[in-house]
Design a protein around this ligand. Structure first.
Ligand code: IPT
Length: 957
């Protein structure tokens, strides 16, 4: 007897886009036609393979009553407490053998069943459409036992005509979802693999004569101030815009005076498209996007993108976001001066684009396409260069463009991300250019700009960006005529990104550079019972990319990271220049469209970091690009030896939809008078008594010279420290061929420095401790002398460091660290920068007097690493001590050592001990962006060179 079995699920590995779905059309949230949300609890059965179960579950009468339940929209791997499998994170590697279009036999398959009744008032006539807004990665659908079809294209809508199959009650909707399909080869984005019905499922009534597809064309002529509206519609009807007195037939253009739409002035007109059977609300924004004089211009002006890449993410729900979470993202972006978002790397939930229209953000809408894993085989067999896949690519392009084409916020269509090059991409670009000539096409992988309207790159370093700005980068003739954007830069993984202020200076200096998009918006940490937030590998994945998935400007819970605060400052739309010495400052409007009339300017002096009362700075309502000398409203107070600074703040004069009156948009701070030099603190000499030396308020161990106490406060382990728990940007990415300092530091042994004591001696009225600090097995070292003096009440430490040997690397940090008893050390007060800052992340460092608990001094990077330094600290008080620095220093304090911080993988690995460890640093190495980009610029290196710095310790009052 012979037999043969083959799995009967050919459609899963079929490269074609699917069967049975309706042609794509414009998406809209509401109309006067009825709809029924099918979101909610669905019956769910998980199988290990695509063909484990037959399709009898789709039949009427099947009893799924004993199945589990999942919430739709949702991903099954994030539900069921692990009973339904786990998420997998890979950056670009396919988590299955690359054998297109085949996928593994082990193909988690979720059968979903939902039984529903039609509402009593559901009209009997007309049609009905079942809409899926997003299912990962391949779905087969049945209604009441009849198969509707199957589809791929996870983050794209699919609709099916279902009127004939509907019953008043007891409708059975069955959806079989396969985690892996041929479509997975096109969806190799850097994110968690998360199967499921993760966007809305809706039943739409389609009345007779209802709206089909429609295309709102709303352009703006900046020379006349007029807008032209034409709504093309498959079904004839009328278009009205009451505020503009417009009432025209579909297809008929009408030109009237309008206020234009821009990201800064997002003027939308409410209108309506009315056909015989349906009224669809429209929100119309008039704007014209062109490529002119080698620049992207909107409404006649070149724009500067201050953008971010946004993946959809929620730490519990994955990519199933609700409207409020999306709104939170948009509000956070607006409040941090961002004006643009790239929907990396797929069309977002449709409602997100409504929010971009409403609040004002330029959008690069990106297609659901990435084939990055083929880079491992030098792009051989890349689907975008294989005609068999082209229908699927064109289907994806069409589903994006048709769905989203009525959003004024979208200025670019992006073909996808990291898919190499090929004929399929060219076909997509041609189709998009033909269908929507009123927008531009973006794709980063096309360095020759064959298919695109902008030269786009990712992670180009400052030098290269400058060359591009100067038009010295060469390239094809077409490329040389195009503007440039960095579609990804400033990799925000862990502590950082560093160097973004330096990029922004280039973007503002060279016309051709039209800005960029930080990578990325949010850390994709997954809420985890033991680990806090999980990242790659925490679910036992056999292949993963660790915490590379946590590289956002906001933490998983959407708290802004210092990186976002820095970015807000770097891209602020008002510039305040000059030190005010001549009684004026120069204020420049850096908006592209708006004047400054929505802002009021507040001016104040600070004496030793204490504000002395606010004045109004009278700034004229400058037009975009204009600047003016503005008179300071008050003269500086006499500091009497204290430091005097002024601060100008540009605040919203009135409430806006995205922030309230008084919200700070921009600011500047300058020093007018410096603080007096620190006292020498001399006079009282050291005295030795047995194993103890006393110097003013301080006691020391006579043998080692180690500080024991100051004014009765116990101090342990005070010594030179050069190590920092390496940041993701210190470590760099494994593929980086540039120098990765974090790796070299560890190779050299800077995390295991030894301290040899050469002598403890008195020198006049000073106690001098001579040491040499060096790692085992190396000849390099740091000759370090601690010189202590006192005036009887204060004790001053001067540290002199002289490098010896051939230092080929900069230092991570240079300063002293010591421990204070945890009991009594709960918080710190200081005068210096308020938030975290490092040499190349200090644009937002504002100098005032601050206080914070030790907990608040930590920045909770998902993977623990160096964090929390405060810059330019003049003095700090903690644990009963006051420490003044000469010069200013970097301060950090934690309830664990830097070594413990370095070893931790998750925040939950860090537990407070009985000591608070304090670092007072003379220097810190820059942060850079090397976790996926260039390292720190040379001017931010902490070179191993002779250094001397002092601290004066006293008992806090
Ligand atoms: C780049 C990707 O486009 C993006 O999705 C993300 O993976 C980012 O890197 C790093 O977080 S690709 C990289 C090889 C430059």
């Amino acid at each position: 007897m012979s037999f043969r079995t083959t799995p009967s699920v050919d459609y899963v590995e079929d490269v074609s886009p699917g069967t049975g779905a309706l042609a794509p059309r414009a998406w809209y949230a509401t109309s006067d036609a009825q709809s029924l949300s099918l979101n909610g609890s669905w019956r769910f059965r998980l199988s290990a393979t695509a063909d484990a179960e037959d399709d009898s579950f789709a039949e009427e009468g099947y009893d799924a009553g004993d199945w589990a339940e999942v919430t739709v929209p949702g991903h099954w791997v994030l539900q069921g407490d692990g009973a339904f499998g786990s998420p997998i994170y890979t950056n670009h590697l396919y988590p299955f053998p690359v054998d297109p279009p085949h996928v593994p036999t082990e193909n988690p398959t979720g059968d979903h069943v939902r039984v529903f009744d039609l509402p009593a008032d559901w009209p009997a006539d007309g049609g009905a459409v079942l809409r899926f807004d997003g299912v990962e990665s391949c779905a087969r659908v049945w209604l009441n036992g009849t198969e509707l079809g199957e589809f791929k294209g996870s983050r794209l809508p699919h609709e099916f005509a279902v009127a004939e199959l509907l019953k008043p009650a007891g409708n059975v909707l069955a959806v079989r979802v396969h985690q892996w399909s041929a479509g997975s080869y096109l969806e190799d984005q850097d994110q968690w693999w998360l199967p499921g019905i993760f966007r809305d499922v809706t039943l739409l009534h389609r009345p007779t004569g209802s709206v089909g597809d429609f295309f709102v064309h709303a352009s703006y002529d900046h020379t006349t101030g007029e807008g032209t509206l034409r709504v093309d519609s498959d079904v004839d009807g009328r278009v009205s815009v009451p505020a503009l007195d417009i009432d025209v037939a579909t297809g008929e253009p009408v030109t009237v005076a309008v206020e234009p739409w821009s990201a800064e002035t997002p003027k939308l007109y409410d209108g309506e498209l009315v056909t015989a059977g349906e009224r669809v609300p429209l929100r119309i924004g008039f704007r014209t996007v062109v490529l002119e004089d080698g620049l992207v211009k909107v409404n006649g002006r070149a724009i500067l993108f201050k953008g971010v890449n946004r993946h959809e993410w929620h730490p519990e729900k994955g990519r199933a976001l609700d409207l409020e979470t999306m709104r939170e993202d948009v509000l956070l972006m607006k409040r941090h001066n961002l004006n643009a978002v790239r929907t990396s790397h797929y069309p977002p939930q449709p409602a997100f684009l409504d929010l971009c229209d409403e609040y004002g953000l330029w959008v690069i809408d990106e297609c659901d396409l990435e084939t990055h894993g083929f880079t491992e085989q030098a792009w051989r067999d890349n689907p975008v260069d294989d005609d068999r896949w082209t229908p699927a690519l064109l289907d994806r392009a069409a589903r994006m463009v048709e769905r989203d084409k009525n959003h004024p916020s979208i200025v670019f269509w992006s073909l996808g991300n990291e898919a190499g090059t090929g004929r399929g991409l060219t076909a997509m670009a041609e189709w998009i250019h033909g269908r929507d000539p009123e927008r531009l096409v973006h794709y980063e992988g096309d360095w020759d700009c064959r298919d695109t309207d902008v030269y786009s790159r990712m992670y180009a370093d400052h030098q290269e960006v400058e060359r591009i700005g100067q038009n010295l980068d060469g390239g094809t003739l077409k490329r040389r005529e195009l503007p440039f954007i960095q579609c990804e830069y400033g990799h925000a993984m862990g502590n950082g990104p560093g160097g973004i202020a330096d990029y922004q200076q280039l973007f503002e200096r060279y016309e051709r550079l039209q800005g960029g998009f930080i990578w990325e918006w949010i850390d994709h940490g997954v809420t985890h019972p033991e680990l806090g937030y999980a990242y790659g590998g925490d679910f036992g994945e056999e292949l993963h990319d660790g915490n590379f998935v946590c590289d956002g400007l906001i933490f998983p819970d959407r708290t802004p990271s210092p990186g976002l605060v820095e970015y807000k400052k770097v891209i602020e739309p008002v510039r305040i220049d000059g030190d005010g010495a001549d009684g004026t400052v120069r204020v420049t409007n850096a908006y592209d469209f708006g004047d400054l009339s929505h802002l009021r300017f507040e001016f104040s002096y600070q004496v030793d970091g204490f504000p002395t009362g606010a004045h109004t700075l009278a700034v004229p309502p400058l037009a975009p690009g204009e600047s003016a000398e503005v008179k300071l409203p008050a003269s500086a107070p006499d500091g009497d030896g204290a430091e005097v600074q002024w601060t100008v703040r540009a605040l919203l004069a009135e409430d806006t939809p995205w922030a309230g009156e008084g919200h700070e948009v921009a600011w500047a701070q300058r020093t007018v008078a410096s603080r007096a030099p620190l006292p020498a603190a001399t006079g009282a000499g050291p005295t030795a008594d047995g194993d103890r030396i006393t110097l003013g308020p301080a006691t020391f161990d006579a043998r080692s010279g180690a500080l024991r106490s100051i004014g009765g406060v116990d101090v342990t382990g005070l010594r030179l420290d050069v190590w920092r728990a390496t940041t993701d940007n210190d470590e760099g990415a494994s593929w980086q061929d540039d120098t990765r300092w974090g790796v070299l530091w560890r190779q050299l042994g800077l995390h295991r420095m030894r301290h040899r004591i050469e002598g403890v001696e008195s020198d006049g009225d000073a106690l001098v401790v001579r040491t040499r600090v060096a790692p085992a097995a190396r000849e390099v070292g740091l000759r370090t002398v601690y010189r202590w003096t006192s005036d009887g009440t204060r004790v001053r430490l001067t540290v002199s460091v002289t490098p010896e040997g051939d230092w080929k690397v900069p230092l991570p940090r240079l300063g002293v660290r010591f421990g204070l008893p945890a009991e009594g050390t709960d918080s710190a007060a200081w005068y210096g920068s308020g938030g975290e800052a490092y040499p190349d992340t200090r644009a937002a460092a504002r100098h005032l007097q601050w206080d914070a608990s030790i907990e608040e001094l930590q920045t909770p990077y998902v993977r623990p690493q160096e964090n929390g330094a405060r810059a330019d600290v003049r003095w700090v008080e903690l644990g009963g001590l006051r420490i003044d620095g000469a010069p200013e220093f970097w301060f950090s304090a934690r309830r664990w050592t830097n070594e413990q911080l370095d070893a931790a993988r998750h925040l939950t690995d860090l537990t407070p001990g009985d000591t608070v460890w304090v670092n007072l640093d003379h220097g810190q190495h820059g942060i850079g962006s090397q976790s996926c980009g260039p390292g720190p610029l040379p001017q931010y290196f902490l070179k191993a060179e002779p250094a001397e710095f002092s601290f004066v310790f006293s008992v806090a009052e």
